[in-house]
Design a protein around this ligand. Structure first.
Ligand SMILES: Cc1ncc(COP(=O)(O)O)c(C=O)c1O
Length: 366
């Protein structure tokens, strides 16, 4: 990439292998959810150590199906991390329940056992734990701290990562989910997968297929549901991408570590999580001392495609309509103001990383 070109925030590594897979499915004329989607499920299952999987149309759909499978509904509360893309909170309100925000750690940006347990009560039907940007939350300790409340493990950004106790990300919660959005390490264009315990997985299977519990004629639509299945077109892309996930994890880790080394020389800036064991580098998030908005604009004007890291749920007044009366989450609110997502994707070059760090340092007045 030459210096004159804009360095984007992300760029999915898709090309001729994915085109060949798509062509094969199109030529077969079987393009809805079918054998490719089933093969994708088997291959994701193998990747995460054999847990059962169901492919769905997005990570958000996966969360919606998972919450529905836990019978979340009106009168229930669901705890969600306060610093995140609000996919889980939106799924909670779609089911008529109330999201409750739990603050996150300033370094990992993940939920902690203490902050999560503090907001649980007798109405808490489920707790969503996110591995933010690929950094593992302390999910085993959170599970202990919330004492038996079911956990939905949002591993949207961390397929291929491991938890602090060495479990594959996404396999510790009662249900776990993954996203295959183009900003993830592996993409299907759009797509998601749910994994987890058999009883809840059976409910997910029914919910993603119009509530159908039988086949043939007769009284077979016995549950609530819609179409959340994953098309064979997208699944075929996901299958090719999954074969390259190991390489993508390695390349992102190399670039993430390079960023971390270079940013160590930029005063008053730190990298989310640092090189923690088990993490994957889905995004590279930097924390500044002050307001990130003007710095972000300066970098974009200078050709570096930085992005917002995430939002503070407690600043989204929309959720008040659904009974959310959460306490302030000071860490999340501070992170929403002070964080930036730096360019990170497999085809990014080392010199692009150097250029991005130099541009950040300059924008900060260094
Ligand atoms: C933590 C987290 N969960 C869920 C989602 C939703 O995934 P999707 O975009 O596939 O719906 C996202 C999207 O970025 C996310 O960051």
């Amino acid at each position: 990439m030459s210096e004159k070109q804009f360095v984007p925030l992300a760029r999915p590594a898709v090309g001729s292998d994915e085109i060949d897979a798509l062509a094969r499915v199109i030529q077969s004329r079987h393009v809805a959810a079918g054998s490719e989607s089933a093969a994708f499920e088997r291959e994701v299952s193998e990747y995460i150590g054999g847990a059962p999987t169901l492919a769905v149309s997005s990570g958000g759909a996966a969360l919606f199906c998972a919450l529905a499978a836990m019978d979340v509904g009106p009168g229930d509360e669901v705890v969600v991390p306060a610093f995140t893309f609000p996919a889980a909170a939106q799924a909670v309100v779609l089911l008529g329940a109330t999201p409750v925000a739990a603050d996150v750690d300033m370094i990992t940006m993940a939920s902690t056992p203490e902050m999560t347990a503090r907001v649980c009560n007798s109405k808490t039907k489920a707790v969503v734990v996110i591995h933010p940007f690929g950094v593992s939350a302390d999910i085993e300790l959170i599970a202990d701290a919330v004492g038996g409340i079911p956990i939905i493990e949002d591993a949207a950004c961390s397929l291929g990562g491991f938890t602090p106790k060495g479990n594959p990300s996404g396999t510790v919660g009662t249900l776990g989910i993954y996203s295959f959005h183009p900003r993830k390490l592996v993409t299907a264009g759009e797509g998601g997968v749910v994994t987890g315990r058999p009883e809840q997985m059976n409910k997910v299977r029914v919910f993603r297929d119009y509530g159908r519990t039988g086949s043939g004629p007769g009284d077979i639509f016995t549950e609530v549901g819609l179409n959340f299945r994953l098309s064979d077109l997208l699944a075929s892309v996901g299958r090719v991408q999954l074969k390259k996930l190991g390489d993508a994890i390695e390349r992102h880790a190399h670039l993430g570590q390079l960023y971390t080394r270079l940013l160590a020389d930029v005063p008053s800036v730190y990298v989310q999580g640092g090189p923690l064991a088990g993490r994957v580098w889905q995004s590279l998030i930097v924390v500044l001392e002050g307001d990130a908005a003007p710095i972000r604009q300066r970098l974009i004007d200078g050709g570096i495609g930085v992005g917002l890291a995430a939002h503070a749920l407690t600043e989204q007044t929309f959720y008040k309509r659904f009974g959310a009366s959460w306490a302030k989450c000071p860490n999340s609110e501070r992170l929403a103001k002070t964080t930036l997502a730096m360019p990170l994707f497999s085809e990014l070059s080392e010199s692009d990383v150097e250029m991005a760090v130099t541009a950040l340092s300059k924008a900060l007045g260094g």
